[in-house]
Design a protein. Structure first.
Length: 348
């Protein structure tokens, strides 16, 4: 594409992440030319807000508007059909995580997208934290060797906000495929996978419905380990006291140092003392992601976070649900296996 304004359309604009993505992509130089949502009134409301067209279906959106990028924010169980249509159509796209309700549903589409050479990105925006720059620096200085323990936590506010924001389907396991683990889990699990060597094992897990008594879990904790012995603690929840607040911690401990991000501050401790470094806020991470996507499209580079990487996180999340069911007897969302991809049996 040229340096002219990037033209984009949005499928599933009623998603609760829409305001963040729209603001971020517009700031990165994109122009929204059309929106779609299964709720016609929602699509019309956004069309008025953005002074663009509203379309009733994904096919109408794709067939009537020639764009450089499609932003898709589908409901979890319906996401594979949306991703499949986008892969078939060929326009570069960004799809909100988790992009499916199970790895089995997404894995064939990973192969299809890769075989067709599609630009398919997933906004795992916490990759744009300063935490990772400090991890890389400390590793280069030999101060995280060996790395011992990693902790990744996202505990957000009450799930009532989803009902208030007219996306109550997030709390329906038949649509969402799970609760906090399915919805928020891709971020901390992807963080652990970014550090892991070899296969990741799920040592144990537990889900809780205690606070809100919802049909989906409101809190989940899992213990992971990679082949090199790195232990990871992953925690996600809807149990925070602030509706719009979050309890976010990324932390890593090694032989000669530790690095910990709490919200938007990174603290690095070594034998020489402790220093703090500012990290981008959540909204700034969306903006950095959008700018990265736009720049990659303009320069012909691949997606920053791919469907394959999202599917690897989904595979671990599926195994966390299975471990939780085994250890606690907790009911977990049913996983619907999809047809195998070209490399049947391959672990994503």
């Amino acid at each position: 594409m040229t340096d002219a304004a990037l033209r984009m359309s949005i499928a599933g604009v009623g998603h609760w992440h829409a305001p963040r993505h729209v603001e971020a992509f517009v700031a990165a130089g994109a122009t929204v030319v059309a929106v779609q949502d299964d709720a016609a009134a929602t699509a019309e409301r956004w069309a008025v807000r953005l002074a663009c067209a509203a379309e009733p279906t994904l096919d109408d959106l794709l067939e009537r508007h020639d764009v450089d990028l499609v932003l898709a924010m589908p409901r979890h169980r319906g996401a594979p059909s949306v991703v499949g249509r986008l892969v078939e159509h060929g326009t570069p796209f960004v799809v909100e995580k988790p992009a499916a309700a199970s790895a089995a549903d997404l894995w064939p589409l990973v192969h299809a997208a890769e075989a067709a050479g599609r630009f398919a990105a997933v906004p795992l925006i916490n990759r744009y934290s300063s935490f990772w720059e400090q991890v890389q620096r400390l590793r280069g200085e030999g101060l995280l060797d060996p790395t011992t323990v990693a902790r990744f936590r996202i505990v957000n506010g009450s799930p009532d906000r989803y009902v208030e924001d007219d996306v109550g389907w997030v709390l329906d396991p038949d649509v969402s495929g799970g609760g906090a683990l399915r919805n928020l889990g891709p971020h901390p699990v992807d963080a652990f996978l970014s550090l892991a060597a070899g296969e990741v094992s799920v040592l144990g897990a537990a889900l809780s419905h205690r606070q809100h008594a919802l049909p989906v879990e409101e809190h989940a904790v899992a213990l992971l380990r990679d082949e090199a012995g790195l232990i990871g603690l992953v925690e996600v929840g809807y149990s925070g006291p602030d509706r719009d607040g979050t309890d976010h911690e990324w932390a890593l401990t090694g032989a000669g140092s530790s690095v910990r991000e709490l919200h938007d501050v990174v603290e690095v401790s070594t034998g020489s003392g402790t220093v703090t470094i500012a990290s981008p806020s959540v909204m700034q991470r969306y903006q950095i992601f959008a700018a990265d996507v736009v720049d990659r499209l303009r320069t012909g580079r691949p997606a920053p976070v791919t469907l394959r990487e999202a599917c690897r996180a989904l595979d671990v999340i599926d195994r966390i649900y299975a471990a939780a069911a085994t250890t606690t007897g907790t009911a977990v969302p049913a996983l619907t296996p999809a047809a195998p991809g070209p490399n049947e049996g391959e672990i994503p």
